[in-house]
Design a binder for this molecule. Structure first.
Ligand code: 13P
Length: 253
């Protein structure tokens, strides 16, 4: 059975002290009331080593929001997958639309990052999703297919088992505008079908596909009730422990 996952993406929020406070609170809240799903927090690089020492990794997984497309060497300012792994992190988000758009991360660059992350024993939360213009032109299926083909469909089935997909329609990120549960389910089922076409039904059935984009405690139960939605990748609502816990609890509804 595939995993149910609620993952937080802190983005560029929280200084170190604030991040430590949030991780500490979340760790306490989830120790007191065990989640019914896997929980992951993805933090800025500088928080990873400290947060890793605070959380119970049996309950909360830790991830980075990015890693370098090179293994090591003279790449000033970059952070390698090996460095991420050495902090105790288990995950890395790759392919987020903000990285694709603002930092010009192409499918070829993301393919390098995916390969390095997997080679260093990290699981990858790989983000895909269309813009509003692409949705209005009914191109969403072609967009997500090309994103998968460009960066992860070269993997072997064994490697692909370490990929979690996050479908995040760009028009729903931080806008308060969520995809309807039917809209999300339709494209999640399509994504699973193309994974099945590439790797077979068993791999597709075992792949967790998360929804991201203005997901919150009020809409999570309806989204997570859909057969092909296996959890969420949460931005804004992951920055306060009660809000994030509310989404985690959607798996108890
Ligand atoms: P919001 O939940 O703030 O819309 O962000 C979603 C997201 O981009 C998670 O990666």
């Amino acid at each position: 059975m595939r995993k149910k996952i609620v993952a937080g993406n802190w983005k560029m929020n929280k200084n170190l002290q604030e991040g430590v406070a949030l991780a500490t609170e979340l760790n306490e809240v989830l120790a007191a009331d065990k989640p019914n799903c896997d929980v992951v927090i993805c933090t800025p690089f500088i928080h990873l080593a400290t947060v890793s020492g605070i959380i119970n990794h049996e309950v909360i997984g830790l991830g980075a929001e990015n890693c370098a497309d090179k293994a090591s060497g003279a790449y000033t300012g970059e952070v390698s997958a090996e460095m991420v792994k050495s902090t105790g992190a288990e995950y890395v988000i790759l392919g987020h639309s903000e990285r694709r758009e603002y930092y010009n991360e192409t499918p070829a660059i993301l393919k390098e990052k995916v390969d390095l992350a997997l080679a260093n024993g990290l699981k990858v939360i790989f983000c895909i999703g269309e813009s509003l213009a692409q949705r209005e032109a009914n191109e969403q299926n072609a967009v997500v297919k090309a994103e998968l083909e460009g960066s992860v469909f070269h993997l072997t089935p064994e490697q692909f088992a370490n990929i979690v997909i996050a479908y995040e329609p760009i028009w729903a990120i931080g806008t308060g505008k969520t995809a309807t549960s039917d809209q999300a389910e339709e494209i999640h089922a399509y994504i699973r079908s193309i994974i099945a076409a590439q790797y077979g039904n068993e791999v597709a059935e075992n792949t967790s596909i998360l929804y991201g984009g203005s997901c919150k405690a009020s809409n999570a139960p309806e989204l997570f009730a859909k057969p092909d939605i296996d959890g969420g990748l949460i931005g804004g609502a992951s920055l306060k422990a009660p809000d994030f816990k509310g989404i985690i609890d959607a798996w108890k509804a």
